[in-house]
Design a protein around this ligand. Structure first.
Ligand SMILES: NC(=O)c1ccc[n+]([C@@H]2O[C@H](COP(=O)([O-])OP(=O)(O)OC[C@H]3O[C@@H](n4cnc5c(N)ncnc54)[C@H](O)[C@@H]3O)[C@@H](O)[C@H]2O)c1
Length: 375
């Protein structure tokens, strides 16, 4: 693993990238830019990384065999991603690629025309938990998967002590922006990435979304804070995906198959346990085993970040995959099509409201090749 990244936007999440980067050998930071000069200075002093004078200067000095990380707020993603692609840079964008599907399609076309990679976070799909589940699915551990229930409920966040959530270098958790963007665009990708990597394209989304707590703090308008989607894949089981900042914290995914249930309780922890509960009949009662078996891959996986919650994710797995792909002259698992399709599905759920009905997806992507250690 080696290569260079440059960073645009160094707020709350950028610190999580830097903690992850410390776990990865051989990746260096060429430069950092943020339009908030105070934040830029604070971040660069904390992490001892070079500040660029302007975005143009950062893109100018960025090595073309490196990757630019766009870690700005979602409202800036389209404009910043456009500038990176126009400069001919491989680009890894925080989610979503853009806030409108037309804009995401424009970015995808620009990346293809420039012959560069455009990937979208999240990258937990490349992590051990997602890869272990994918391995079990390919091996048929649970038999034919018939349905999936995936939950991304974060607890009643508007009542949380979020003003005390400060990153390592001193950036506050941007609650106003989080409420404005909404938990679906912020979080659906964590399980959409896993699902699309295993099964390929979603054909149809039937979803509803709503704002259940309209009096959240900060300037509105707010996005939906609860969404429920049913996803129909071309080649995968029907899936229910729930996102909220209302219901009690629950980040489980359960794959229900003919032989039992595969599950994982934590979407954000790469080391989360993956288990299989075999279905059985005891006397006349049908049940899943109360003693699920832990599934483990036999080979060493990837560097871990020994932290808690969202900070337990290795945020650099995605950029590292792009750098490795460049180095090895192969396509990246985080393909341009994958980024666009994940964005389309997330936007369809977010914007469903009360009356969307069935939405046919207009983009496609292939299943993702497993990581070499999960083959
Ligand atoms: N906060 C989290 O826990 C978290 C976790 C995972 C992913 N994310 C994602 O990371 C992204 C950033 O979130 P955050 O929490 O770090 O937000 P933030 O507001 O803390 O940081 C964003 C930074 O980008 C800068 N910025 C905005 N527009 C810019 C522009 N045009 N040019 C240069 N700099 C610009 C801002 O000044 C700010 O410092 C979002 O897409 C979010 O979905 C956040």
């Amino acid at each position: 693993m080696s290569g260079v990244v440059s960073i645009i936007g160094c707020g709350f999440v950028a610190d999580l990238y830097m903690t992850s980067l410390q776990a990865m050998d051989g990746i260096t930071v060429a430069g950092v830019y943020d339009h908030d000069a105070t934040r830029l200075a604070q971040f660069c002093a904390h992490w001892n990384v070079p500040a660029a004078e302007s975005r143009a200067a950062l893109l100018d000095q960025h090595p073309r065999d490196g990757v630019v990380l766009n870690l700005t707020n979602p409202s800036a993603h389209f404009e910043v991603n456009s500038a990176c692609l126009a400069a001919g840079c491989h680009t890894y964008s925080e989610k979503p690629l853009a806030l409108r599907l037309e804009d995401a399609k424009t970015l995808h076309a620009s990346a293809d025309a420039a012959g560069v990679m455009l990937a979208s976070a999240p990258c937990s799909v490349l992590g051990e938990a997602a890869q272990t589940l994918g391995h079990a699915l390919r091996r048929g551990t649970c038999g034919t998967p018939r349905a999936i229930y995936a939950e991304l409920d974060d607890g009643f966040v508007p009542q949380a002590a979020y003003k005390k959530w400060i990153s390592d270098s001193g950036a506050p958790w941007p609650f106003e922006d989080e409420f404005k963007v909404g938990c679906t665009l912020e979080h659906a990708g964590y399980y959409l990435g896993w699902l699309i990597s295993w099964f390929g394209s979603v054909r149809t989304v039937v979803a509803a979304s709503a704002e259940t707590i309209p009096d959240k703090e900060g300037r509105g308008p707010h996005a939906p804070d609860l969404s429920v989607a049913t996803l129909f894949f071309d080649n995968g089981p029907v899936t229910r995906l729930t996102c909220s900042i209302v219901a009690p914290h629950d980040h489980r995914i359960r794959v229900i198959g003919d032989h039992g249930v595969l599950s994982c309780k934590a979407a954000w922890d790469n080391s989360a346990k993956v288990t299989f509960a075999k279905r059985m009949t005891v006397r006349r009662r049908l049940m899943e085993s109360p003693f699920p078996r832990r599934l483990k891959l036999s080979r060493p996986t990837h560097p871990k970040v020994n932290r808690w919650g969202a900070a337990a994710m290795n945020f650099m797995l995605g950029p590292a995959e792009m750098l490795d792909a460049l180095h090895e002259g192969r396509p990246s698992r985080l393909s341009n099509d994958f980024a666009l399709h994940m964005t389309e599905v997330a936007l369809a759920i977010q914007n469903a409201g009360e009356h969307a009905g069935a939405q046919a997806m207009t983009t496609t992507c292939d299943r993702m090749e497993p990581m070499p250690w999960a083959m």
